[in-house]
Design a protein. Structure first.
Length: 267
């Protein structure tokens, strides 16, 4: 990790996550514009189950990289902010429905999601990675997934990849967050885990479970960006300006150093 820091079972529930959110784009709730947000509170959401990006600490506080990014952006935008958590697989629908103004939640900017919501400029890049128990030696390619139990987080890009790529060749099992998924792998409930590389590598550094990343060939990477309702150009512009400012003045790197690792470059 030191070296790194330096330099959808194919279920109806999984498929419904993106499909329902995209369908809702044809009849979204009226989003609040930037002036309305400035007159009230900027309502931001994340999953709260994706350490170190968002999680609940031992004092019951919602903390993490994305929480600090949200607060830093709000300061630059001169708005009051409320950061809340919501189950990951319902966040897009909640935003389209007008419950939240933005998701600052390490959401990958994908073509499917862009049918329902708009994205800011990228604030870091993440890619899928494959993990097995430390004693496993029979997973060296995607072909080796056949017949095995593959875990992913419901609604995440890894889940979508696992369902679409597996196409019945292996058994998909979904989890609500990274801690549960890692526990599923270490306790043998699943044989393979697939998820974004950065948070898993950080969790490995902090907890040291007996699991390992395996090279199965090239896997997708996406830019992580801030998502908002469609057709909110003023809000999108303000977010992008604030994002550029925290990168330019060192605030962004301070947050990276705090949560990902000192000197890390994840852009």
């Amino acid at each position: 990790m030191k070296a790194f820091t330096k330099n959808f079972s194919k279920s109806l529930a999984a498929a419904a996550v993106v499909v329902s959110a995209v369908a809702m784009v044809t009849m979204p709730a009226q989003a609040r514009d930037l002036d309305e947000i400035r007159d009230g509170v900027f309502q931001v959401v994340n999953s709260g189950a994706y350490p170190p990006f968002s999680f609940v600490d031992t004092q019951g506080n919602l903390v993490g990289f994305d929480v600090d990014i949200a607060k830093a952006l709000a300061e630059k935008m001169d708005v009051e902010i409320s950061v809340q958590s919501s189950p990951w697989n319902g966040i897009i629908a909640a935003m389209v429905g007008g419950r939240f103004d933005a998701c600052i939640c390490s959401m990958s900017n994908t073509e499917e999601r862009r049918k329902a919501i708009d994205f800011s400029d990228s604030y870091y890049s993440a890619g899928l990675s494959v993990w097995v128990q430390g004693s496993t030696d029979d997973v060296n390619s995607i072909d080796d997934f056949a017949g095995k139990r593959v875990g992913s987080t419901l609604g995440e890009t890894g889940n979508q990849w696992a369902v679409e790529t597996g196409d019945g060749k292996w058994r998909n099992q979904t989890f609500q967050g990274l801690p549960d998924m890692m526990n599923g792998l270490t306790t043998g409930r699943i044989d393979i885990m697939i998820g974004d590389d950065v948070p898993i590598l950080v969790a490995m550094q902090e907890n040291g479970p007996d699991i390992k990343m395996v090279d199965v060939g090239e896997l997708p990477r996406w830019p992580a960006a801030i998502s908002i309702q469609k057709n909110q150009p003023d809000l999108l512009a303000a977010i992008n300006v604030a994002l550029a400012e925290i990168k330019a003045d060192g605030t962004y790197q301070d947050i990276v150093d705090k949560w990902i690792g000192e000197g890390a470059n994840i852009q």
